[in-house]
Unconditional design. Structure first.
Length: 363
């Protein structure tokens, strides 16, 4: 198939450091190419891909100090997609909602994966205005706040099988927190859990400008207070395998409706069990007692750490291989693209039998 992948411009594909959506776009794009599809990637110019790259900007917007407003750059992105839309069997958008008015004339060849939280009040009237656009959720829980829309599928994220190698030997005796310093990620919980369990905690996380005050007022003092806590900052993909693989467990003490939680399957790929709070997608991703433990409180998290030896690390990796590979993710999306094409073909044939000229749109 001829497939367009339309990525956000905030980060490159793949991102140099933090950037979950762009990372998934990269894994999907590369696997689709490996499976023999003709893929075009619309992304920032510093992206690296085996697909055909349409460089919309010279570099990722987050890394460009001259960029003050991302909207004009995304409008340029949409114009590039509009001009070339007829070239593709399927156009796969990963940019949330800004493209919706543009694609109504070719909606039967488009699908949009929603990567973010959907419990924001402004989104309800928006999606009521565009109820027919085929949407993909990244967990079933992510769908709950939405009005009636055209859900095409739930497709879980996946990673290349050789990206993060499982570590089945001795660990280095610390707990890991990986991601972003923000109130909803609850690094404060991770620090208290580590302190109460008497374990070391290493925090690898970026600090966005919007969360700088939270870091300075609440988290940095806790890091200073507990000598067992080490903040190492933002890490890259190469460092991630070692950081997760050498940990006894990943702490995922979230306090928000996490749509997916990519770091959970990254830890699983490293054969590292996950201690995760029961929020958002967690019960869909973690198999309690197999790939980690699902808890409802800090007390339960501390207790779960006492049972880490009950979790077989080879079994953690096996749970990843069974459900969260890039091959499985790409196969799921190809099946969806094919469903769109089959429905479009059937509509054309029906119209021809009725001697009507225009194709029906998918609703």
């Amino acid at each position: 198939m001829k497939i367009a992948q339309i990525a956000p411009l905030a980060e490159s594909v793949p991102p140099k450091l933090y950037g979950g959506t762009e990372r998934i776009v990269s894994y999907l794009t590369e696997e689709l190419v490996a499976q023999g599809h003709d893929v075009t990637l619309f992304a920032s110019g510093d992206s690296v891909t085996s697909a055909k790259l349409v460089p919309v900007t010279s570099m990722a917007l987050r890394l460009n100090p001259h960029v003050k407003d991302p909207i004009p750059h995304h409008v340029i992105l949409l114009e590039e997609v509009r001009r070339r839309a007829d070239e593709f069997d399927a156009l796969h958008f990963h940019i949330d909602l800004i493209h919706m008015p543009l694609v109504q004339d070719f909606i039967d060849r488009t699908v949009t994966t929603l990567h973010g939280r959907l419990d924001l009040p402004d989104l309800v009237p928006f999606y009521r205005a565009f109820p027919h656009h085929p949407l993909v959720s990244i967990s079933d829980h992510q769908r709950l706040p939405m009005p009636p829309v055209n859900w095409a599928a739930t497709i879980y994220h996946g990673l290349p099988t050789d990206l993060l190698r499982p570590r089945l030997g001795a660990t280095e005796g610390y707990l890991a927190f990986l991601g972003r310093i923000s109130p909803e990620k609850r690094p404060d919980r991770a620090i208290r859990i580590a302190a109460r369990s008497g374990r070391k905690l290493r925090i690898a996380a970026k600090i966005d400008a919007v969360d700088r005050l939270y870091w300075e007022s609440e988290i940095a003092p806790l890091v200073e207070q507990y000598p067992n806590v080490e903040f190492i900052g933002e890490i890259n993909e190469t460092q991630k395998a070692e950081f997760l693989g050498k940990a006894d467990a990943l702490l995922f003490p979230i306090d928000w409706p996490e749509p997916f939680g990519l770091v959970m399957i990254e830890a699983m790929a490293c054969a590292t069990p996950v201690i995760a709070f029961r929020c958002g997608s967690v019960p869909e991703i973690i198999q309690h007692g197999v790939s980690g433990f699902i808890v409802d409180s800090e007390d339960e998290a501390v207790e779960a750490l006492r049972h880490l030896d009950d979790v077989n690390r080879a079994g953690v990796r096996a749970a990843f291989d069974a459900r969260f590979t890039a091959q499985r993710m790409a196969a799921d999306y190809v099946a969806l693209y094919q469903d769109l094409r089959d429905a479009r073909t059937a509509s054309t044939q029906m119209r021809a039998l009725r001697k009507e000229g225009a194709e029906l749109q998918i609703v």
